[in-house]
Structure formats: C-alpha cells, structure tokens
Design a protein around this ligand. Structure first.
Ligand SMILES: Nc1ncnc2c1ncn2[C@@H]1O[C@H](COP(=O)(O)OP(=O)(O)OP(=O)(O)O)[C@@H](O)[C@H]1O
Ligand SMILES: [Mg+2]
Length: 444
C-alpha cells in the first residue's frame, strides 16, 4: 500500500477499518500512535484524534514495554511479520471482553499481529498492530483443559482402584488357596487319626503279648534244660539254631521299639497337621503361639531340615487372642522364606517375647538379606525376586493382611548379606469391635 504525502491512511481504507471487529493501530518508529480504529477507541475509551501523536506506552502503561519495542523495532528493521497469541500473552492490552454465548464479561484474551506498512520507497512507514478478541476461544479452550485434567485425574484414580482390586483379589485367592490346603491337610489328618489310633492301641497289646510269649518260651526252655532226655534237648537245640532264636529274640525287641517310635511319629504328624490347620477352631480363640510355631515347623520340616539349623529362643508368652490357623500361615511363609534365603547351610532363629500388652514372634535368618531398594516393596502383592514358577510373591502380602486383621504389625529389618529378621507384633487381645486404636508397645 502506498500513501499520499502527509496522509496516514486513504479515506476508503479508514472507512473499512472502522467497521471491522479487530483492533487496528498504526505506530511510527518512535512508538507514537498515527491511527487507531473504532475498535481501539471503544475499548480504550479514547478517540483516534485524541491519541494521535501520543506514545503508545503513555496510553497503555500496562504494556510490556521492552517486549513491544523489540517487536516493533524488529518489524521496522526486517520488514517481517510478528505474531503473539493469547496462550503466550493472554491480556496484552487490558481490555474487557464480553462472551457472546454466556454473556459474561472477562478480561479480553487477545491475539496480536505486528505487520509492516510500506512506503513507495520500500521502507517501513508504520507498524500495524492488529488485535483480535480471542476471549470466547480461550474460555472454551481453558474449560476443555480443565475438563481434561479432571478426566485424567479420574482415569488415574480408576486405574489405581483397578490395581487395588486386582491385588486384593489375588490376596484373597491366595489365602483361600491356603485355607483350602489347610482344610485338606486337616481332613487327611482326621482320616489317618482313626486307623492310627487303633493300630497304636493294638500295637501296645501286641507288644505285651510278644513279651508274654517270650516269657512262656523261656519257661519252656528252663523246663527243657532240666529234662533228662538228651535226645529231646538236642532236638530243641536244633530247632533253636534252625530258627536262629537268639537273633529273633533280640531283633524282635528292636523291631517292636522302632515300630513304636514310627507310630508315635505318625501320631505326632497327624497332631501337628490338626494343630496347624486348627481344624477345631475357625474362630477367634486364645491360643498358645509356641504350639502354633512348633506344629508349623513340624509340618514344613522337610523343606527346612537340610538347609538350616533351627534355634528356638522362646520367651514367656501369654495366650493370644487370634485366628490360629491364619497365624500359622504367617509363620509358615516367614520360615519358608528364611529357608529360601539361605544358600547352602545356615541358621533360622525363632524368637518370641512379650512387652506390655503385646507379644512378638521373630523369624531371623542367616540368609542373603534384602537390598535396601526392595525393603519397601516386599509386602506388595506379586513382588518376588524368585525365578518364574518358584515364587508368586504373595506370601508376605497375605501375611501382612493377616497380621493387620489382628491389629498387629509386620516389621522387617535386613541388610544385604546380613540375613533378615521379620517380626510379627500382635496385641494380646483384640480391641472391641469398631475400635481400632491399640497402644503401641513401649519403645516402638
Ligand atoms: N528372609 C528373607 N530374606 C531375604 N529375602 C526375603 C526374605 N523374605 C522375603 N524375601 C524377599 O521378599 C520377596 C517376597 O516374598 P514373598 O514371600 O511375598 O514372595 P515369594 O517368597 O517370592 O513367593 P511366594 O508367594 O511363594 O511366597 C521374596 O521374593 C524375596 O526376595
Ligand atoms: Mg514366600
């Protein structure tokens, strides 16, 4: 566009500019206003004649002066176009803007273009600022952004809940599995208990009868020895030798003794299985935790005996109100974990004690220990360092739930290479229903 000498804008152009819904403002190289249209007049409250020749920064002190100067200077020097959007500078001019849809008034969000207005000589005469009202777009955009944020928050909350649900389901499955195994063990123990009972009782009679029989034979032998008939004695002696009576007599005693030991062991295993699964008590009961520990240890003895020496250091324990079979599951998980952590041969210490109204059961081992970064993740469902197929990573998380159900705590102390100690703290009695607060033991 070219200008007549002394002319700011041709009259036709001015007429067009007055009617458009954009702010149009011409600045000279000294940042003085040469022209602005009605849009600018309406929003600033000042007519074009009133502001002509005055500095832009005097008219709008809120403008970021250095930034505007740099933009305007750039256009004069480089003849290029510059742009700033409402996202970069939301309210360049502090105009108020109305939103046609809601009818509300707001600070006007603006987009602004800086463009060169050239003279015939090819130099820039003015820089033209075009200001468009972006309030409606910005409001919609910001509202959408807020909604998006809400959605994202809701989505992550949902993901968290789904994860929690999956974890709880896995824990539930695991504890149901354990309970089913316990019931199975208890059922088998119960079935074995009857035949073992009568075999054991018959065996006592058998032992007595065998003793009686030997005594009878000894009487016969004594009578035969006194007999005059040498042929009869020789016949008896021959029979003795043929049957190897002396060996038979001493071996019979051994056989009877060993069989009794075997039977007693079977009886003990059956008793341990019954105690372990607490077949008689699925309810909260006062229990002797030492008995629970011992029966658990016996049930899993095969897994332990070749790996670890078990050292018991039991303190005085009062009866504890608990779900016995579930606590035994906890002891089992902790002892088996301890055995797994031992490479080659090691030691597992079982320590118990009481403090105030609390009791503790500690399972300590001389195994490989736990890396510090894993300490916080141990109780997460599915956290395992064992190879696929060897560990589900549910033992500790299920144990943690059981201990929490008892209003107790499950603590761990360990250093890599220094073994690990897991301590179950339990209150002696459960709080009355609905009351969860229990005093912590002294010093904890
Ligand atoms: N006494 C311990 N010493 C060293 N690491 C242990 C000990 N107890 C547990 N851990 C670590 O904690 C992890 C989780 O134990 P958790 O009992 O929950 O699962 P798991 O033993 O791997 O599998 P499972 O479900 O068969 O019990 C183990 O994989 C192991 O890395
Ligand atoms: Mg385990």
């Amino acid at each position: 566009m070219t200008f007549a000498p002394g002319e700011v804008l041709p009259a036709e152009l001015v007429a067009v500019l007055q009617s458009i819904n954009l702010g149009v403002l011409l600045l000279d190289s000294q940042y003085r206003v040469a022209f602005w249209n009605d849009f600018m007049a309406i929003h600033s409250g000042k007519d074009c004649d009133e502001v002509r020749g005055r500095s832009l920064f005097e008219l709008f002190p809120e403008l970021p002066r250095l930034w505007v100067q740099k933009k305007v200077d750039g256009v004069f020097a480089l003849h290029n176009l510059a742009f700033t959007s409402w996202q970069q500078r939301p309210h360049l001019f502090s105009f108020s803007g109305s939103r046609p849809i809601t009818g509300s008034t707001d600070m006007m969000y603006q987009n602004c273009t800086f463009s060169p207005m050239m003279e015939a000589a090819g130099t820039v005469k003015y820089v033209c600022l075009t200001i468009s009202d972006a309030t409606e777009t910005a409001a919609q955009h910001l509202q959408l952004e807020q909604l998006n944020q809400l959605l994202r928050a809701e989505q992550s909350e949902q993901a968290r809940l789904i994860r929690k649900l999956e974890d709880t389901q896995a824990q539930l499955l695991q504890s149901e599995k354990m309970a089913a195994i316990g019931q199975l063990a208890a059922g088998v123990a119960h079935e074995i208990n009857n035949p073992v009972g009568y075999v054991y009782s018959n065996f006592s009679s058998l032992e007595r009868y065998v003793g009686d029989l030997f005594r009878l034979i000894e009487s016969y032998q004594a009578l035969a020895a006194e007999h005059q008939d040498a042929a009869l004695r020789a016949q008896l002696e021959q029979a003795n030798q043929a049957l190897d009576y002396d060996f038979l007599r001493s071996d019979m005693a051994d056989l009877v003794r060993e069989s009794r030991q075997g039977l007693e062991r079977v009886k003990q295993i059956v008793q341990d299985l019954r105690d372990f699964s607490h077949i008689d008590s699925g309810d909260w009961q006062e229990a002797d935790l030492h008995k629970g520990l011992d029966s658990t240890l016996n049930v899993i003895w095969n897994e332990i005996k070749f790996k670890a020496e078990v050292v018991k250091s039991y303190g005085e324990l009062p009866p504890v109100q608990c779900l016995g079979s579930q606590l035994n599951q906890v002891f089992m998980n902790l002892i088996i974990n301890a055995a797994h952590a031992i490479e080659g041969q090691g030691t597992i210490w079982l320590e118990t004690g009481a403090e105030d109204d609390w009791v503790f059961v500690r399972v300590r081992d001389s195994g490989s220990g736990i890396a510090p970064e894993n300490l916080t993740r141990l109780f997460d469902p599915f956290f395992t360092t064992k190879p696929v197929g060897q560990g589900t990573g549910l033992g500790l998380s299920v144990s943690y739930s059981i201990v929490t159900k008892h209003h107790g705590r499950l603590e761990v102390e360990s250093e890599l290479g220094q073994g690990a100690a897991f301590t179950v703290w339990l209150p002696r009695r459960q709080p009355p229903q609905g009351e969860d607060a229990v005093d912590l033991p002294a010093g904890e």
